[in-house]
Each structure stands twice: as structure tokens, then as C-alpha cells.
Design a protein around this ligand. Sequence first.
Ligand code: X5A
Ligand code: ZN
Length: 753
Amino acid sequence: MALTEAMDGLHSGVALAVHSVLSIHSKARVVVVDFGNCVEPEILDHLFSHEPRVLVLSVRQCQYASGSTSRNKGRYSNVLSVDINCNIAESSHDYLTLVHQLLLPVIYEFGPQMVVMTAACEWNIYPAFLPNMAGLFLPVTSDRLVMAVEIDQQRSIVVNEGIVGALSTLLGRPYHPKMSQSESLRPEVCQTILEVMKAQQGNWKSLRYHALASLVTSSTGKQESLLPSHLQQQTIKPQEDALLKPKELECFKEGQSVCLVYSEAMKEHLNYADSTHPECPDRISCIFEQLCNFGIVERCQRLKAREATLQELERVHSSRHIKFMSGLQALKPSELHHLENSFDSIYLHRRTNRCALLAAGSILTAVDCVMSGSCQHGVAVVRPPGHHAERNNPCGFCFYNSVGVAAQHAVTSHHLQRVLVLDWDVHHGNGTQHMFESDPRVLYISIHRYDNGRFFPGSADANYNRVGLKKGKGFNINIPWNKGGMGDAEYLAAFLEVVLPVATEFNPQLVLISAGFDAAVGDPLGGCNVTPECYGHMTKFLTCVGDGRVIVALEGGYNLTSISYCMTLCAKALLGDPLPCLSGNLTPCQSAVDSLISVVGAHCKFWSSLNLKGKMVESPRKQASSISTQRSISSPTSSQAVDELAASLSQVSMAEATPRKIQDEEKKEEAPGGELEGACGGGHEDSATTLILSDCLGAQELYAVVPVSWCPHLEEVQPVPDGTLNTSSACEECYDTSENWCCLTCVVWEVCI
Ligand code: X5A
Ligand code: ZN
């Protein structure tokens, strides 16, 4: 491939690298996400415009060039240009919404085996930009993500923090610096998203079957209110002079970062009269056994189950209900059986109260562990389930609303202002909704089968128009499906188009997942088709929002094999393992799209990330300042760095199995005599970034390339002939004319081996 002179180092490196990947893996599909802001963005477009295996997503702020957004109209079907006519560098909200609503649907539809993200990091890019993008792009390709980042060494700590955070994310530990509270989306960004969506609908089904697609033609309501003032935070600007102390960074802390709570004692609640009842004791032991088989239990910090206390329960349940529950242990089987009739879908046992107390208490223990900082995430394998339990009565196999108790505990005892409860049990969590529908501190989002009111628990309370009450208006989100058969496509669409935008805007300090697996393939009650992999992806997505603390707590789910795999994939997601890619058709069915359109219609007045057509309320944010430092056209990236990038990219395994692990032997072969892999080592660098990198490499978890300014081989590289670059002359080593004055293949072989 010929390099053009106008191309800067970053883009030529990426172009070469992608080219070499395709020559090795001829059937590979690669997505290039270019946040390059380069002066000549069309170069990448042109290079790959006739290469159907490559999709280029090019995001650019137009103040760097002509100011025209004409590229948004789309010239090539495999190039999607997003030109924005304002400066969004500092705005996480704008970037994230763009990625959730526009880029990810298209990327999932394209189904790449590898994503290459390029970014030339500006001085004023918000600190979490790189880790945010890494977190969102990783799951699509089972973690085959390459980030090619150009850093100006002179510039700020922000970029270094971003690099460190991105590495942490690549290692499976999403990094969460304090985010500035979301402002409204900039109108230019809304306009751009809709513009590109409209232009690209012919090319991408995911944009035709998109909840926002209707906005392109019809209009919706206006923005009524922003987040209540107590939910607004100060923008936290990183201190330019504060030196990053890599060893102290929380993300690299040793030790187990996922806690697990399970106890066999919760098997004692069972149905005497009907041993075939789906809510059976084996549900939790099967899951636990599978977690053992996959080596997950030993990788987690095991917590002891405990009973919830009276005080903890009283925050969401009436004393009458708690008394009723504790009275059960004294009753005879016949009396228990008789009592069952006064409830909807309930069986009772002498040990029911003890088990329900343990289920709630176990989740509380996980919350305390995560909030104390000793673990990042938690898994609670508990029964009986809880989300149908109301303040005053049991319902639908549930007695105490365990996740409700835990959410209230997080608010009351840990003083949290923002807790997200995400309920993906196939049934609506009526109890949880009722407990928090007036409380803006707990955002409840439920994805469930509704069937126009006919699916259990069969109340119109589960419909999309129940958005919360009083101060809690906007903080109750129901995503109701009106037929069975929903699967990965529908759940992915719900996540990309509603859950992630809203959850990101809400910026939760803790996420509790009411993780019922009765929407899974093979469930006898749910009639849906969600795969275990998809549960893994949804879990992973939730680790990317807010402070990134996630607790997965079992609710329903009645196919023992399915639920065991589902929980395993969720746990793997929390542990940072690469997840299998989602396969199969990922276009949601029309009925699901209709549901999502209704949800967006009901909530766009509360959430600016859903409100792309509405009139924006003017926020106090300062005028986007004009960029004072223009990026230089001649890039500091040396040809050496380009070579390294290309060489390293071709090393990335495209096989199905754990691509991040590179064998020890392979490393040694590649870097004879060097401490680090890559042709030129990195021993002379002592920047924060390099220290972190070498730590990672020592742990043999990641194959990374650090461009360095000098290496012993550098002097052997031949000078540019006559001081000029003739792109048509043959290679001086092999006389091949398909490459430049010295072809990459020769450079690698001559110099590095
Ligand atoms: C927790 C849960 C289901 C109740 C179904 C009653 N309950 N027909 O999944
Ligand atoms: Zn359920």
C-alpha cells in the first residue's frame, strides 16, 4: 500500500495495520473508529472506500477544517462520517450519546472481529474519554480492541490518566474517574446524530429499526426539566500539576475485585405439595456448582451469608408483613398450605422466613463489601426471589424485596444519592417499582414481558407510561415487550437505545441488577430467547456507567442449565474476562421497536440523551471555547511507531480463545534481550504511562506497544533517499514496487530480527 505524503503518522499506521490484518486474516471484518480530528479525514475514507471488510467510523469536530458537515450525508456505504459543528472535547455526555445511539448499533450490525480505535488526544479532552470508549467497544469483538492513541508528551496529565484508565479497562477493570455531571446534549450533536442516522438508514438496518429513527421524520415533545438540582455535581477538572502516582491508582490494586455470596441454607424453602414447582432449591446450587466448574468461585472473595435485620427490612416493609413472615416458622404444614391461598403465586414452608432473610441479608453484605471499597463488584446467588414482594405482602414466589432492601440500605446507610436498579427478570418488578416510584435517588429500569397487560403480574403498572410520581418523575422506566420470543437483538437494542444513555446520564454510584434469568433461552415460564452471552454483555455494559460498581443478584429463572450459564457469563463479565461475541441476527423485531419508541416518547422529556429533537433548555455551561492550540500537521509519531503498531496488530490473535493472553515463549522470541515486547523495548522511559505498562506486561496480561523515542536499532534504519520521499520508487532491499522506498516487511526483518 502506498502512503500518501499528506497522511499523518497515526493514520498511516492504522491504515498499514488494518491492511496487514486483512492480508493475514482474509475473512476478517475490521471497524476503524477514528476520533482523529485530522486535517484530512478523507484519507482513511478513500483508502477503504472499496474495501467491504473495513468499516470506517470517522468522528470529527469541524472547527478543525472547513466547518462544513457535508460528509455526514455519506458517500460510501462503508464509511460513516460524523462531522460535528462545535467543540465537544470536554463533554462526556455528547461523546457517550453519540456512541450509544449511533456508533454501537452500526458496529454490532457490522459484526467485526476487531475494532481499531484511533484518537489524537487533545489537551482538553475529558479525562475518562479513552477508558469510556475502551469499555464500550471491548465487548463487541470479544475484547479484540486496538487503541492507537497519539499523545503529545508536553501536554496534560489528563491524557496520561486517560491512557492509564484505558489500560485498566483493557485489562478488564473498567476505570471510573469522577465524571462531570451530564449537561444537556449540545444541539449541534443532536442534529448531527439525526442527520447521520437519516443519511445512513439505507445502509444500516440497525438505524432503520432504531427507537430514534422516528424522530428523523416526526417530532416529539420538548425538554421539560433537567436532573433535579441535588443530582447535579460539580464538574471536576483534573489538576494540571497533580502528579499521577501510578502505583496508588485504585484500578491496579491487587486482590480480588468481585465478591460472591451464596449459602446452601437458602435451599430449605421448598414446596411440600409440589416438588416440581419451578422455584426449587436446586436453582441456586446448580448455579453455584457451575461457578465452581468454571473456576469462578476461587477467583472471587467469598462472603458469608447473613440474615437481614429488622431495622433494614423496616425501611421498605411494614412491621405487619415482617411479623407475619416471622410467624410462619411456628405453623404446621396444613396451616401453611391454607395460608398460601391468600396470596398470588406463593407457597410457604416453616423455613421460608429464614431463607428470605438470608437472601436479603446476602445482598446487603455484598453492598457493604462493594461500598467499603474492598471489592469492585458483587454476585449474590440467592433465593427466594424478591422483586414481586410489596411493602405489605408476598407475591410471585417473593417474600422480602431483597434488591429493594439493598437499594434503600445503600441510600440510608451509605448515603448514596444515585442508585440504579436494573431489573431484567422477564416479569415486571412491581414491588420494586412501588417502593421507589416517588424517590429520585433510586432509578428503577425494568425490561419485561407485558403482553398488553396479560403477562404476570398482570397490572398496567408495568406499562411504559408509568414514569414515576412526584419528585420521582422520570426515575421509573418500564420497557414492556408485547409478545414472547424476544432475544439478544431486542435486549441489545433496549440497552443501546435506552438503558445505556439514561444510565450514563443518571451517573449511578451503585448498580443493582435484579438478575432474573427467566427471559433466557429454554426458560419454561418466560418464552424468550436471551442467550447467556447476552447477559454477559449487558452486565459488562453496566460496569461502564457511573462509578462502575455492579452487584448481580438472582431473581427468577427456572431452567437450571440456562440460569447456571447465564450467571456464569455475568460473573465472567464482572471478572473482566473476554466475552463471546453476540452472534445471529441482531435486528430487533418491529414489536420491540414499537415498545422502545413508546419508552423514548414517555421519557424524552426527562432525559436529554433520549431527547434529540426537543428544544434544549439552556444550561449554564460556558461557551465552547475556541481551541487555542492547533494541532500541528506534521505528526510527532515516528515511522518507527508506525512499524511497531503494524507489527503488533498483526500479532493480535484472531482465534476464538482468550486473545489477550500471549504465551511467554512468543514474547521472548519477539523481543530478544528486551524486557518488554515490541522491537524496541521501553526501558528508558520513566513516564507514568510506561511504568504502568511495564507492570501490566510483567503480569503477562496484555500485549501492548509503547512507542519510544530511541532504540539501539534506530541507527540501522536507512535514511530517506535524497532527503525526499518518492512514493513510487522501489524498495531498496527487495525491489518490490508495491511499497515505499523501503517496504515495511523489509524494515521489520532487517532491523528487528
Ligand atoms: C420472581 C419470578 C414469577 C412468578 C410467576 C407466577 N416470579 N406465575 O420470576
Ligand atoms: Zn420472573
